[in-house]
Ligand binder design. Structure first.
Ligand code: ATP
Length: 607
């Protein structure tokens, strides 16, 4: 059941206003402009009052005004010109102020939105891979892009509220001096407005929250489909994806329409309340004019005030609808910001310089969320500069084992030592500086080849980039491309072949020049000729680095210093190639199968 909620919880408000602090000068300007605008709106109806009461009507000008105007106050024709001109000046001033206020407020709005989106983006990047495994990227994109403007939206309602509040106070004060009864009557609508806003806020939140989730889901469908384009085209599933998107979006549209209908009914109710308020004030006011207790000009002033205060009240009440929307956005974005990264520096973490590269696993155990014993009791030691081969059937836990080294995931049991130091005692930043990774699927950014290689070390010179490309056997093919190093790759490096992409990712690793290297089946997706070229480059890359190499083709591991044989998360055997062949266990079996068969059993079959 929807509980009674205040419009916006106070804790959110204080947090949101933290984003205003860096822009306090603009905020101060906005406050000054707001006060000025309120004063101008108080002045606005007075030229009309003078016109009606003192030019068209028989009344003399108030003494102070007569003194201010001097000889101009004497003649009606001159007073008419003064009153009409004053009306024009007030209108011009009010419009100029409006433009200036708009400029200042738009600046505040845009800067706060940028700050908040950047904060969300940074935080999303800090979250662990385990977190991202559980979330859909479309949802995060939706949050950063579509919900990232919530704090600014909330803050920007403040000048409007403040202007209305100031005008309200001024209006009550002036109206009270004109006619106290009328002033009280004009405020009679406030409790009704307050109640309807509260009712609306309580009844709309759940619906809005659902609509937001559905809209995020629609974006996830688009995001997933676009990133899976090749599979969709290959399977001819364009129509299927189109229907999936239509169905999801249709549900979101239907829910959004329902919410909008409720918002419109709410604004209708608010408009009705203020219309009744205006009618009551007009009726009582006309009565008092007939009784000679106030002038027509006074009535015009009060009516103008009522219009100028009911209008913002209507807008505020309607804005409560969008405030609810922003509140829902705030709740989900703050939830993301409040989710502590599960992998972060502990209190004992210290930065380290370049390590020698000794790595020991001591009784390491790990499970993915919802799984059991992905890795159990893994212990081995790699000396600096050694090559460690990792083999085992598919799903044995090979990739998981190497992903624990850069702390992509945290251990459940045991510890990993780097040069004798627990990896958790090294800051994440410096730990990851020690490790280069070349994956089975080379992931590249859209951008030039130069930029992609430079990703290994952002301050590398062009000469260093070319040197890294040469070492990775990539230079020749790059030079054959029309734009050479400036060739722009498509998303994920489309526009060059898989083998070429892999060589660029090897060049990137060369440039990083880290003492520990992880090679996760880097040649499994390429043909044997390209494999030879990449392996040659990798051998150069491995020199002097502690290397963990996952391979299905055991022939690539003959010279490894230590081979780890994994099965179902357990370290079944470890030793050199010869020792393991002699031992006659699983490794010997795999080896036999590969040299015996025309096509090695464990070699991955291209999809
Ligand atoms: P392959 O040779 O096929 O690449 P692998 O030996 O590298 O396999 P891992 O990728 O380490 O195997 O997977 C080990 C086990 O963990 C598998 O059972 C797999 O289903 C599971 N697993 C892998 N990634 C995740 C994940 N992100 N969440 C949950 N379980 C996972």
């Amino acid at each position: 059941m929807a509980q009674k909620l205040s419009v916006i919880p106070l804790s959110y408000v204080t947090r949101v206003f933290g984003y205003l602090r860096p822009h306090w000068r603009l905020a101060a300007g906005s406050v000054a402009l707001t006060v000025l605008s309120s004063l101008i709106s108080l002045l606005a109806p007075w030229p009309l009052k003078i016109l009606v009461d003192n030019v068209l009507g028989p009344r003399p000008l108030p003494e102070t005004l007569a003194w201010l105007l001097g000889p101009l106050a004497g003649q009606r024709s001159q007073l008419l010109v003064v009153a009409v001109s004053a009306g024009l000046v007030v209108a011009l001033f009010s419009n100029a102020l409006h433009v200036l206020t708009n400029y200042v407020n738009t600046k505040i709005d845009q800067w706060i939105t940028l700050d908040f989106r950047s904060h969300l983006f940074l935080h999303a990047q800090r979250m662990s891979l385990a977190f991202h495994d559980r979330r859909r990227s479309g949802g995060i994109i939706y949050m950063i892009n579509s919900q990232g403007d919530a704090p600014a939206g909330l803050i920007m309602t403040v000048p409007m509220l403040a202007e209305s509040a100031l005008t309200l106070v001024g209006m009550i004060w002036v109206s009270y001096h004109i006619d106290p009864t009328l002033a009280v009557a004009s405020l009679a609508v406030v409790p009704f407005l307050y109640y309807s806003v509260g009712f609306y806020a309580t009844h709309i939140q759940d619906r809005l929250s659902k609509v937001r989730n559905m809209e995020a889901e629609s974006l996830s469908v688009i995001h997933e489909s676009i990133s899976m384009m090749r599979v969709i085209v290959a399977f001819g599933r364009e129509k299927h994806e189109y229907h999936r998107f239509r169905q999801q979006t249709t549900n979101a549209v239907a829910a959004r329409v329902q919410v909008t209908v409720r918002q419109t009914i709410f604004s209708l109710v608010v408009n009705m309340i203020t219309a009744v308020g205006s009618t009551v004030v007009l009726g009582i006011g006309a009565q008092r004019v007939l009784q000679g207790q106030m002038t027509v000009g006074d009535l015009l002033v009060v009516i103008a005030y009522i219009a100028s205060i009911y209008k913002p009240l209507e807008t505020i009440s309607f804005t409560i609808g969008s405030l609810q929307d922003r509140f829902i956005s705030l709740r989900s974005t703050f939830q993301l910001l409040d989710t502590e990264p599960d992998i972060k520096d502990g209190p004992e973490a210290r930065p380290v310089g370049r390590v020698a590269g000794g790595v020991s696993f001591e009784g390491v155990g790990f499970s993915y969320a919802g799984r059991q014993d992905t890795l159990r009791d893994i212990s081995f030691t790699a000396k600096p500069g050694q090559v460690i081969g990792i083999v085992g059937p598919t799903g044995a836990g090979k990739s998981t084992l190497v992903s624990l080294l850069p702390r992509f995931y945290d251990l459940k049991q045991g510890r990993i030592l780097i040069d004798g130091k627990d990896a958790r005692e090294i800051t994440l930043e410096t730990l990851r500086q020690q490790i280069s990774i070349v994956l089975q699927e080379p992931l590249l950014f859209s951008g030039s080849i130069s930029d992609n290689i430079r990703y290994g070390r952002l301050d590398a010179t062009q000469d260093e980039i070319i040197e890294a490309a040469k070492a990775a056997n990539a230079h020749d093919f790059i030079m054959r491309l029309p734009q050479k190093y400036e060739t722009v790759l498509g998303e994920r490096g489309a526009a060059i072949s898989g083998g070429e992409r892999q060589r660029i990712s090897v060049a990137r690793a060369f440039l990083k020049d880290a003492p520990i290297l992880i090679l996760d089946e880097p040649t499994s997706a390429v043909d044997s000729k390209t494999e030879a070229v990449i392996l040659e480059a990798l051998e150069r890359l491995m020199a002097g680095r502690t290397t963990f190499m996952i391979a299905h083709r055991l022939s690539t591991l003959h010279h490894a210093d230590l081979i780890l044989v994994l099965q179902q998360g357990r370290l079944l055997e470890q030793g050199t190639h010869q020792q393991l062949v002699d031992a006659g266990g699983l490794y010997a079996e795999l080896h036999q199968a590969q040299i015996g068969a025309k096509r090695p059993k464990l070699q991955p079959v291209a999809a």
